[in-house]
Write a protein that binds this ligand. Structure first.
Ligand SMILES: Cc1ncc(COP(=O)(O)O)c(C=O)c1O
Length: 442
């Protein structure tokens, strides 16, 4: 396929204007300047068409400009846009009821509505301290939970998130995330690697660093996102649940990226048959309208009036978009994520066998990571090649995003069709071949 010359004139001019007035801290990937989108397709301001395999970082769950979501936003905007969280409205209540229906625990669920993932995480941290009257937490290396001061303390995927921002929050100790492809701990014979990590938490962290009766919670991304789309082994969550129960520690799962149907179940934790005490959601929940939530068991969300709040929580337009998003996912896209996820995973495994630069393919539903290596034996990360693949795919009309050192994530809208999966993977495979040739791997 002939590559496009990017950015085009209009995109270039807008990027120059952006650089003059927008914070340089944003981690811009490549020069895509959006004009409009429909489903899995997007167009830039110069009229170039792309397939979107990253869905605004796993946000556009029902596809770009889903007509039903657009209609519910329009209808709500005509009624009212804001009233503040000091009052009540029906869409907010309805969303709480829906989250209670789909929450991954038997006990009734109570929701605190936030405006972003990081605010949902911040809420979980505060609630855990308040409820347990304990101060400390366990987090994981490679984690990404957001960038506000509490959440960023748990974030441990790149030093750039912490550099220049100390002192962070007190009382967070990180354990290694159970990465089956890159284990860092020694496993006992016959032990599931997830159990190894939980044993490390008990034998090293709780015996040497944190008194267990002063630990409020364990905060973990059910499937690690920014850290590399890492799926923990089967034994991890059952063992972690047992550890939390033993010491009265809350198990808090961050489902901001992995939740709301992304993995083919409402919440990724359901793949493990374990009930958390609290979870966070954002990203895909409202198809791109800003909304997050911290959802806890009723017995855990026991704080009183005025202890925590916000101005925009339960914003009616975001709630309206979320209600339609949840209906669409329940009726159609959850099943589509299972089908298309398996189809894409099988196809990617096949592509892996043809490419020496791919070390590992893993995922659940439409949350799939492809890890690139310089050598399949040594597993040395292939950073340069990874970034080159993303660039070559972009020039050929496919939007992808990398994560960790050398992983490309496949996280398209949950509404993606089979022909779109085929088209995107063809461009992806071609881009890998070209990058391998350029970097002397073929
Ligand atoms: C797992 C997870 N938690 C929290 C966040 C933070 O969300 P936000 O960027 O909406 O603050 C992200 C964002 O990428 C995420 O992936």
């Amino acid at each position: 396929m002939e590559p496009m010359k990017l950015p085009g004139h209009k995109a270039q001019a807008l990027i120059e204007r952006d650089h003059a007035v927008i914070s340089p801290s944003y981690p811009r990937g490549y020069p895509f300047v959006m004009d409009h989108g429909k489903g899995t397709e997007v167009w830039d301001v110069d009229g170039n068409r792309f397939l979107d395999f990253m869905g605004g970082i796993a946000v556009v769950s029902t596809g770009h400009a889903n007509p039903q979501v657009v209609r519910s936003i329009q209808e709500q905007a005509e009624k009212f846009i804001h009233i503040s969280s000091d009052f009540y409205h029906e869409k907010w209540i309805e969303l709480g009821e829906k989250l209670d229906e789909i929450a991954p625990f038997e006990e009734a669920a109570i929701s605190f509505m936030a405006n972003s993932g990081t605010e949902a995480v911040e809420t979980a941290i505060k609630l855990a301290r308040y409820h347990t009257e304990r101060m400390n937490f366990i987090g994981f290396t490679g984690a990404f939970h957001g960038r506000t001061m509490g959440a960023v303390t748990f974030t441990a995927s790149k030093p750039a998130y912490h550099g220049g921002f100390y002192p962070l929050m007190n009382g967070v100790v990180h354990a290694p995330f159970p990465d089956p492809y890159r284990p860092v701990l020694d496993r006992k014979p016959g032990e599931d690697y997830g159990e190894t990590v939980v044993r490390y938490i008990e034998e090293q962290i709780l015996e040497h660093i944190l008194p267990p009766d002063e630990v409020a919670g364990v905060l973990v991304e059910t499937i690690q996102g920014e850290g590399g789309y890492i799926v923990p082994p089967e034994g991890f969550y059952p063992a972690l649940r047992e550890l939390c129960d033993k010491y009265g520690i809350l198990m808090i799962v961050d489902e901001v990226q992995s939740g709301i149907g992304r993995t083919g179940k409402w919440w990724a934790i359901e793949h493990y048959g374990v009930e958390p005490d609290m979870f966070t959601t954002a990203k895909g929940i409202a198809s791109g309208m800003p909304l997050g939530a911290c959802v806890a068991r009723k017995s855990v969300m026991d704080w009183g009036k005025g202890t925590h709040g916000n101005t925009y929580g339960g914003n009616p337009i975001s709630c309206a978009a979320a209600l339609t998003t949840i209906d669409l996912i329940r009726d159609e896209y959850l099943e589509n994520a299972v089908q298309m996820g398996q189809y894409a995973l099988d196809a990617l495994e096949e592509i892996m066998h043809r490419h020496p630069s791919i070390g590992n393919v893993r995922g659940k539903g439409l949350m799939i990571g492809v890890e690139f290596v310089k050598n399949q034996e040594t597993k040395e990360p292939a950073n340069e090649l990874t970034e080159r693949v993303v660039e070559l795919a972009f020039e050929r009309g496919l939007l992808m995003l990398s994560c960790a050192k050398s992983v490309i994530r496949v996280a398209p809208p949950l509404s993606i069709s089979k022909s779109e999966v085929d088209e995107g993977l063809q461009i992806f495979a071609e881009s890998i071949t070209l990058a391998e040739k350029e970097l002397g791997m073929l």
